[in-house]
Design a binder for this molecule. Structure first.
Ligand SMILES: [Zn+2]
Length: 319
């Protein structure tokens, strides 16, 4: 069924000779995608800060919160800008949190690794993959195979949404409803249009177009229930203060987005991986009051890990 979805792309390529694998072009393409990821990370830092405060995301350029000077374009380069400023504002020497650079580096690294594992391999990481036999950047990106590029972009979008929710939760702010709605609309539209984005189908016996939407909806719902369970098992939510409610809400948003983007079966696996991640964070973070660490960070890593090793995980678990 999966191969059927890529049929059009495959037929188009049938007469074409595969281009020879080219290491420099692969590396250059992956670095370019990684840089794009870092820029998106930089943008997410801004979104996560401004959106819960109701500020405009695009209208005002980035500025120093203390001296109000606009950040110069050359200092705004992801990761590198922070490094050559040595973490201080150029005008008033106010320290800039390393978090900005870390988020940019995380997004850049995720886009870079995913480029090799998913995009250049023709989807070899997906259950039932590789979906198309062509490998390398030349054959997948520069001679575009849209289904493979689509899956890559889809998973990068998921990681961007999760990063944004995790950052907002880390700041102990409330995740705006419009962010959740926006992510939901993206997931449902993608599910309705490109059914092949869900390589691992749920158990419903529906026609594939309908099932993709059901997968997204059921995945989102189940995952958010799981999210609720994990939060309630954790100590923070037992005293349901305003703050704890905000964390529960953020966790629900994050898990619903992940479930909606990945589908029901993937949500079940994700829950398992994430549970392990949360346990590790709880064990390592002995004083959660002093240094709060959002449990959405393990969810971000679990989602990346699931996408990277999806085929191996699906083979290993009896789903
Ligand atoms: Zn300043």
């Amino acid at each position: 069924m999966l191969r059927h979805a890529w049929h059009k792309g495959a037929v188009r390529r049938q007469q074409e000779e595969p281009l020879t694998a080219n290491f420099p072009i692969d590396l250059a393409t992956a670095l370019w995608l990684g840089f794009t990821g870092a820029c998106i990370g930089s943008f997410l830092n801004v979104v996560a800060y401004r959106m819960p405060l109701g500020m405009s995301i695009v209208w005002k350029p980035s500025h120093c919160p203390r001296c109000q000077h606009t950040i110069r374009a050359r200092d705004n380069v992801p990761v590198l800008g922070w490094l050559w400023l040595r973490g201080k504002c150029r005008d008033c020497a106010e320290p800039i949190s390393p978090r900005y650079a870390i988020v940019e580096a995380m997004m850049g690294a995720a886009f870079f690794v995913l480029a090799y594992v998913e995009l250049f391999s023709g989807g070899a990481n997906l259950p039932g993959g590789p979906i198309l036999p062509w490998t390398g950047a030349l054959d997948n990106v520069w001679n575009p195979l849209w289904p493979v590029i689509g899956v890559y972009a889809y998973h990068c979008t998921l990681l961007s949404f999760l990063m944004c929710v995790a950052l907002i939760d880390q700041d102990r702010r409330r995740v705006p409803l419009r962010l959740l709605l926006f992510a939901g609309v993206v997931a449902i539209c993608c599910a309705a249009t490109f059914e092949f984005l869900y390589p691992l189908r749920g158990w419903t016996g529906l026609s594939s177009n309908v099932q993709a939407i059901v997968d997204a909806g059921v995945g989102a719902f189940t995952a958010s229930l799981f999210g609720l369970t994990i939060v309630l098992l954790g100590a923070t939510a037992l005293r349901l203060s305003e703050q704890a409610k905000r964390h529960v809400h953020a966790t629900n948003c994050g898990t619903a987005i992940a479930g909606g983007f990945l589908g029901l079966k993937a949500a079940l696996v994700l829950w398992l991986l994430w549970g392990i991640g949360v346990a590790v964070v709880r064990l390592r973070n002995k004083k959660p009051e002093r240094q709060y660490l959002s449990i959405l960070w393990p969810l971000w890593f679990a989602s990346l890990g699931l996408v990277l090793f999806w085929q191996q995980i699906a083979d290993f678990l009896p789903l």
